[in-house]
Design a protein around this ligand. Structure first.
Ligand code: NAG
Length: 300
């Protein structure tokens, strides 16, 4: 304090022009960085990122988002929300769609008071994960399910259902035209990350949970991957699968092809097949991301 005060005073005395330059040179930590996250709800950073759209509004034209042939990073200040077809009181932002080359869609749905979901197109399966608030799931059976933050539901194609909310809630949704196999029929799954067992990850240090069964009934899975600060992927992965990723917590560096991106909770990444990919967790808290991966189908 006294040093800063003296320093400022020195500049004031020297000249107002130099003083202004000196102020600009001071590196002030935005309050959100020092906010203690232990008191906040789970995944709150995903909808309140450290470097939020509010922090970037004074930088005209600046975004961390990029869109390339084989990958995209889509950061919160460039999310564009508009009414979702057939949904009530809900705004959606499509973040990954087949227009990019993916075979799936990924979007955020911001449900408001008295909101209700619409159905996916015919033969399209749906995975819903709650990141803020809670939603009530019903498929017309007698039992409704309240889905709080961290819980999810998988719907096979052509299953009538609704998600409803009477308060603000945010969900991330993946949809894909189901790649059906004769004699294999996926079933509705309801669960939460916290109830999924930790799986073996030979040669790797991250913690892995899978939200869907690994059987051939399912043509994709959703993985939850946790890294402590300083941990990173050992395998510099290049593979046939495609990914849609939402960073739920933490920050780090994502390598995609020859590009190295600083990323934080709330960022979304699309990875096309075979793009070289690698993650290192940095900062001072756990990184957790949710990632779509197509599985169990012959790529031919
Ligand atoms: C509807 O949900 C119930 C659980 O609430 C489940 O037992 C039933 O199988 C579901 N129906 C279909 C068609 O998936």
């Amino acid at each position: 304090m006294s040093f800063l005060a003296a320093h400022s005073l020195f500049f004031v005395l020297l000249s107002t022009v130099r003083w202004a330059a000196g102020q600009e040179g001071f590196c002030s930590v935005p309050p959100s960085i020092v906010t203690h996250s232990a008191t906040k709800p789970l995944y709150w950073k995903a909808t309140n990122p450290t470097l939020s759209p509010d922090h970037l509004q004074d930088l005209p034209g600046f975004t961390r988002s990029v869109y390339k042939r084989d990958h995209a990073v889509i950061t919160p200040e460039s999310h564009v929300f508009s009414p979702l077809p057939n949904w009530v009181n809900t705004l959606g932002a499509y973040l990954v769609t087949p227009a990019m080359g993916s075979h799936f869609s990924m979007f955020l749905a911001r449900m408001q008071e008295n909101s209700r979901s619409g159905l996916p197109p015919k033969d399209v399966e749906r995975f819903v994960f709650v990141i803020e608030g809670s939603v009530t799931f019903s498929n017309g059976s007698l039992i409704d399910h309240k889905l709080p933050v961290d819980s999810y539901v998988y719907l096979p194609p052509n299953v009538e259902h609704t998600l409803e909310s009477d308060m603000a809630a945010t969900v991330v949704i993946f949809e894909r035209r189901h790649a059906s196999l004769e004699n294999y029929h996926p079933e509705q799954i309801i669960g939460s990350t916290a109830k999924q067992p930790l799986l073996e990850t030979p040669g790797e240090v991250f913690e892995l949970r899978k939200l869907l069964p690994t059987s051939a009934h399912y043509d994709f899975n959703i993985h939850i991957m946790d890294f402590q600060p300083g941990e990173y992927l050992n395998v510099k992965e290049v593979h046939y699968n495609q990914h849609g990723l939402l960073l739920l917590e933490g920050q780090g560096i994502y390598r995609l092809g020859d590009n190295w991106y600083p990323v934080q909770a709330g960022d979304v990444i699309w990875m096309a097949p075979f793009v070289p990919q690698w993650y290192a967790a940095l900062g001072n808290s756990r990184s957790r991301y949710l990632i779509y991966k197509d599985v169990n189908r012959d790529p031919l």
